[in-house]
Design a protein around this ligand. Sequence first.
Ligand SMILES: Cc1ncc(COP(=O)(O)O)c(C=O)c1O
Length: 395
Amino acid sequence: MSSDNSSRPLCLIPGPVEMTSTVLQAHSTPATAHTDPKFVEAFGQVIEKLRTVVDTKTAQPFVIAGSGTLGWDQTAANLLEAGDSVLVLSNGYFGEGLADCMETYGAQVTRLRAEAGNRQTLDEIRQALQQKTYKLVTVSQVDTSTGVLGDVQGVAELVRDVSPTTLVVVDGVCATAAERLYFDAWGVDVVITASQKALGCPPGISIVVASQKALKVLSERKTPVPAYYVNWNRWLPIMRSYEDRAVKYFATPCVQTIFALHTALGELLADGGMERVFAAHESTSKRVKAAVASWGLKTVAVAPEVSATAMTAVWLPEGIQAADLLPKLKARGVVAAGGILAGQAQRYFRLGHMGITATQDNGYVDVMLKAAAEALEECGHAIAPASGRASPPRL
Ligand SMILES: Cc1ncc(COP(=O)(O)O)c(C=O)c1O
């Protein structure tokens, strides 16, 4: 079940990710009505399996054509009313974007920023929560610009303790199905994600899972939802209907991408389920971080406990720019990503190792680490022979 066998470079950015050939085949099914019983069954199963991925019994998945950003709009439009207060824990580019989106819907946003490569301490968050009652607090489980891991469990516990009415919203676009998250046990209210990252599917599906508490906030709104397409009142009957294996129409679902997601979720949850998936991401990530250290380089994330397992952002040596390195990596068969932090974009590069790169024995990590070591050397960075081209051992 490896991806296609062509000689194209591997796409090892922090999403979109490599996909299995079975997912690619599912994505190329012929024209199929959204009323077709095969599609109805696949869609129903997708909704059920997404609950398993985030470990919830009662929360409601919304599966809507769009990208991860649409999940920000879904959350803001449905759960916020103009003037509501939101605390955004911002660890980089995507935290800032999420804050901008909330402001677009009239929220009063407080941004609690961490230094590049770090996250807020629980004490800082506690202080912020004690100063004001927030309707939502948002945490990016992985900010893809830095590879910093948010402390979802810690934040959810704190919110329960200090401000139990506040909803805990997780941006899991670069985290869901790679980083551990136990929705019900941790007391999360919203997980925002998308199809093209650790779920192992093409881009095109915005996924939001909302707790019953969040849906109650929606039902008790004083003002109408200020959006048409993302209004959950229109989507709830659709999701419930497909889950009951019956057709209901609001807007045309992305049939082929949902078939692909159905296949990807089936593969993800086979043979050991999410615990196997999380363990595979953790051991892959340790391997990548060990390789980075062996190259004499530092990750942007300042410590292991704030480091994502889905991806790694790496500071480049003085004098080497991302624009020098990336074409040399590509020439060795690996597409990696440059930086996206304002003013620092050329100073670091990013490797994605989520989805089948972590969960399947396809050798992608070997290719990635060998290519990166060689490309760095070609840029003039000396790597000690013992740790250079040879891939670090599997953990
Ligand atoms: C953490 C995070 N949030 C949101 C987004 C936006 O998702 P999309 O590009 O699918 O709209 C991304 C994209 O990479 C992301 O990494």
